[in-house]
Design a protein around this ligand. Structure first.
Ligand SMILES: [Zn+2]
Length: 141
């Protein structure tokens, strides 16, 4: 019984934290207008295992330090698909990434989905840029 309550409590407090986080984000957006400093649209988080919950605008670097093997993010087009990008050089295709002190991340080369939404984009220093098939995405970003 105690376990169930713990579970419910965690779930409720997660809900609360998510709300707090999004409120914080809108404050950040106001800051962008006021300040010259660029705040990254996409930031990275290092995690040991694949995260159960994928936050928007977060790119998860998965693996033990020094043995990172995949990047996980939600597709920026809004289709909610999970995008997994292999970072192991031996397997193809493979992506490189750079992390910055302000939390921003660069991914190279571009991500071009051959299935479903067919999104084609790059993330450079935390900034998302769409490439090609622009009309398909205009309404969803
Ligand atoms: Zn998509």
């Amino acid at each position: 019984m105690k376990k169930i309550w713990n579970y419910i409590w965690t779930w409720v407090s997660n809900l609360f934290n998510n709300k707090k986080r999004s409120a914080h984000k809108s404050n950040r957006e106001v800051d962008i207008e006021k300040s010259v400093q660029v705040i990254p649209e996409y930031t990275f988080k290092r995690v040991d295992d694949e995260p159960e919950l994928i936050e928007k605008n977060v790119i998860y670097i998965v693996g033990q330090k020094g043995f990172e093997w995949v990047l996980i993010m939600e597709c920026p087009c809004g289709c909610k698909d999970q995008i997994m990008l292999n970072t192991l050089k031996d397997a193809k295709p493979s992506w490189r990434y750079s992390c910055y002190k302000n939390g921003a991340i660069t991914i190279a080369p571009s991500v071009h989905r051959k299935v479903k939404c067919k999104s084609h984009y790059t993330i450079t220093k935390g900034q998302l840029q769409w490439w090609g098939e622009w009309e398909d995405h205009e309404l969803t970003i």
